[in-house]
Design a protein around this ligand. Structure first.
Ligand code: MF3
Ligand code: CO
Ligand code: CO
Length: 269
């Protein structure tokens, strides 16, 4: 496994790409309302990337081995869709909980980030799951520093999710990112402290836990992309792109609209 360590020039480019990805989420936020279709949200994001930012949507025509080309500019995953929801005719309604996942390419560098949205007033469960998943991402981020192990990140996420009675999706993980979309290392969202490779200054990777209200089992739809919970329970995900710094971490996917880091209790509840 070869992990690219980024130099200062790479890091400067990754800050730009990360901010742009986050700004697409800022832009789309006021459009996430009951009555809009996910296809319309995708079209707006795509136009913003092309016409305002001069960025390329990385998902469009993305084709990992064994997959058909991904047909849209964004992933929009509603309710029991865990990830890779393909935007289309689906109309949002009050109470829907959805993830919008944006990956842009700028000057050859990739920025990857996602946020959750709740349409109108969500159920207590939806609000709790979305908040807990946000805390899970941040508990993972807080582990990042040189000398920490990958398993420390996974463990912090898993422990917090399972303490609330939720489950961690195992089939998808965070990933190294830079001038490649999905690179080594894989960032598992579960694990044991002290296991896995040691983090080093200059690594850049995503942390993007997918947390289910019910069981962790998944099923993939016939479109070969859309992944849902097998038990049809609600699923949530948040994602940031993270740089390992000399003393800790830097979140690269930040913009004015980025939700603030939550207050995290010292002891895991
Ligand atoms: N943005 C997703 C991630 O966080 C990957 C989407 S691949 C796509 O890794 F083809 F579905 F868009
Ligand atoms: Co990602
Ligand atoms: Co993503």
């Amino acid at each position: 496994m070869a992990i690219t360590l980024k130099n200062e020039d790479d890091i400067a480019q990754m800050r730009i790409a990360g901010k742009l990805a986050s700004e697409v989420l800022d832009y789309i936020t006021p459009h996430v309302k009951a009555g809009v279709t996910t296809g319309e949200l995708d079209r707006l994001c795509h136009e913003y990337m092309l016409n305002v930012q001069g960025t390329i949507p990385a998902p469009l025509n993305y084709q990992p081995p064994g997959y058909p080309p991904y047909p849209k500019a964004t992933c929009i995953s509603v309710n029991d869709v865990i990830c890779h929801g393909i935007p289309g005719e689906k109309t949002l309604k009050n109470g829907d909980a959805l993830n919008i996942d944006i990956t842009v390419i700028k000057n050859g560098y990739f920025g990857d980030t996602s946020r959750m949205f709740i349409v109108g007033e969500g159920s207590i469960l939806a609000k709790r799951l979305v908040q807990t998943t946000f805390e899970c991402m941040w508990r993972g981020i807080e582990q990042v520093r040189p000398g920490a192990h990958l398993g420390d990140i996974g463990h912090a996420i898993q422990r917090h999710a399972e303490a609330q009675g939720y489950s961690v999706v195992r089939e998808y993980c965070g990933h190294g990112i830079g001038q490649v979309f999905h690179d080594d290392p894989q960032i598992l969202h579960y694990g044991r402290p002290g296991t896995g490779i040691e983090l080093q200054k200059g690594m850049i990777f995503t942390i993007e836990p997918m947390i289910n209200a019910g069981r962790r089992d998944i099923r993939t739809m016939p479109d070969q992309w859309t992944v849902k919970t097998k038990d049809r329970s609600l699923s949530a995900q948040w994602e940031h792109t993270i740089l390992v710094t000399e003393t800790g971490y830097e979140v690269l996917t930040v913009s004015v609209g980025t939700p603030a880091r939550p207050a995290l209790a010292a002891a895991t509840a």
